[in-house]
Design a protein around this ligand. Structure first.
Ligand code: AMP
Ligand code: ZN
Length: 470
């Protein structure tokens, strides 16, 4: 499989260090609020990557942290400690908030068919390990104490800016978000490993350490949790692109200083989900959740389909209209799979199976091109393979895509009232394009035809709704 590696800025053949086995680390959520659908875009694409690696026969071990220690995250909030802010907002303790939003995160993942990583570690359960690694960094001369905090000394490294395609603007953002102005620092890029003094004086959770009562920096979490569970070498590290700098840059700095050798071979970064007004961000408080999509009548799997329609290395613009289009396409696809389901056995058409499977795997082998993998579904539908072979392919594809293709097609069979006939769907599409062309007379004419067929079509803020007239 070819995969784009942010470290080398090239597509490369993915070769795990140990034959047949993959160690994979993912930056987990900061649990002071619900995950927004932007966060979940990253987790969906990482899930597809994990599942595809497994699909190719590799034995993957995936580890994720849960950031339940309050500090700045990549959202650029310069206010309070985020965990405490969440706790105050809801009149709960920090640990209660962490537990609640960790559970909420995994509930969302389940709805989106995102597999839970093999190992999940809350940062607060690893404090001793952070202290141990920071102590080694101090002994090795990579860390220093100043003004009560412990800092990593970036001047001790041959190269600090490893993801070296940053422009001035990116670096300025990084400095603002994660590497705060601080007169104690020896170098501008130095970052905190352990805080005893910070602007978050009201930090609720603090622990004893050789340097005084305090709490760990954010970056040390991921290095320690990864090294402890996956060893000295990591095959692949994932995260949203905003994490590349400073978070991942700092993870590399401290892990390699600690280990004395290269740590992670491949860096997989998912680009952002944006809205028309910019990046979706948790700290702004205005963001979309899976529950909100459900309230508005969208199955979570439709959002997964929407994400898979685009390549992970392109930013994706969310709008209700775009999601609505994904919903229509998804429903049509399921309606096309539905007639293939029967209890009749047919012999597997081996040649067609192999040919079509190759279309699917070639798409994903090419830097996880999920859009082309979806095209392979249509290639199967349009092929001359028998129904049994088609379904066998969909079953395999869905192990990676997680789109409930057959399960949802079966649901339609079981509740025929929900099926919207193709004829109606065609008219709905025609009406949509008439409206787009501002030909409202034609749009009304088409609506009448739809009504005559016993269906009612309505424009809502979330898009087009089609219902059977009762
Ligand atoms: P956080 O909970 O802020 O630590 O973020 C969890 C994950 O979501 C990280 O991998 C982030 O890089 C990623 N992320 C944050 N915002 C977005 C966005 N708008 N689109 C895609 N991924 C994001
Ligand atoms: Zn991380």
């Amino acid at each position: 499989m070819q995969i784009y590696n942010s470290l080398t800025r090239k597509k490369e053949e993915f070769i795990p260090r140990e034959s047949g086995k993959v160690s994979m680390y993912t930056c987990g959520p900061t649990v002071y609020h619900y995950a927004h659908i932007g966060n979940l875009r990253s987790y969906i694409m990482e899930d597809v990557l994990e599942k595809y690696l497994r699909f190719t026969g590799l034995d993957v071990k995936r580890v994720m942290n849960i950031t339940d220690v309050g500090h700045l995250t990549s959202d650029g909030d310069t206010g309070d400690d985020k965990m405490l802010k969440g706790a105050k907002r809801e009149h709960k303790s920090v640990m209660e908030i962490a537990k609640f939003y960790t559970d909420a995160f995994f509930d969302d993942c389940t709805k989106l068919n995102i597999k839970k990583p093999d190992v999940v570690v809350p940062a607060t359960s690893y404090i001793d390990e952070f202290i141990r690694v920071i102590t080694v960094l101090m002994e090795k001369g990579y860390a220093y104490e100043a003004g009560g905090n412990i800092y990593f000394d970036t001047s001790k490294l041959d190269q600090y800016y490893v993801f070296n395609d940053f422009n001035e603007e990116d670096l300025a953002v990084g400095v603002r978000e994660g590497v705060e102005e601080d007169s104690n620092k020896r170098n501008k890029a130095d970052f905190v490993l352990w805080f005893t003094k910070s602007k978050f004086d009201s930090q609720e959770l603090k622990w004893e350490s050789p340097w005084g009562t305090g709490y760990p920096g954010w970056h040390i979490e991921c290095s320690c949790i990864s090294m402890k569970n996956l060893g000295e070498y990591l095959d692949i590290h994932c995260g949203g692109i905003d994490n590349a700098f400073p978070h991942h840059t700092n993870e590399i700095a401290q892990s390699e200083a600690y280990l004395g050798h290269k740590w992670c071979n491949y860096w997989f970064h998912v680009l952002h989900l944006n809205t028309n007004s910019g990046k979706m961000s948790k700290s702004s408080g205005e963001f979309l959740t899976v529950s909100l999509l459900e309230e508005k009548g969208y199955e979570p799997v439709v959002y997964r389909f929407f994400c898979l329609q685009s390549h992970y290395r392109k930013s994706l613009v969310f709008s209700w209209e775009n999601l609505d289009n994904a919903k229509t396409t998804y429903n049509k696809l399921i309606a096309k799979i539905k007639p293939l389901i029967s209890d009749n056995y047919e012999p597997l058409d081996k040649d067609e199976y192999d040919r079509l499977m190759l279309l699917f795997t070639s798409a994903l082998d090419n830097d996880l091109n999920t859009a082309n993998a979806i095209t392979a579904i249509y290639d199967v539908l349009n092929s001359k393979a028998n129904n049994f072979t088609k379904l066998a392919l969909f079953e395999e594809f869905d192990k990676v895509l997680g789109l409930d293709l057959i399960e949802n097609a079966r649901k339609i069979i079981e509740s025929p009232a929900e099926i919207i006939p193709d004829e109606v769907m065609e008219l709905v599409e025609q009406r949509k394009s008439a409206r787009k062309d501002k030909n409202f007379a034609l749009a009304d004419e088409i609506r009448d035809k739809i009504t005559a067929l016993g269906y009612e079509v309505r424009e809502t803020r979330q898009g087009t709704e089609i219902n059977k007239i009762k």
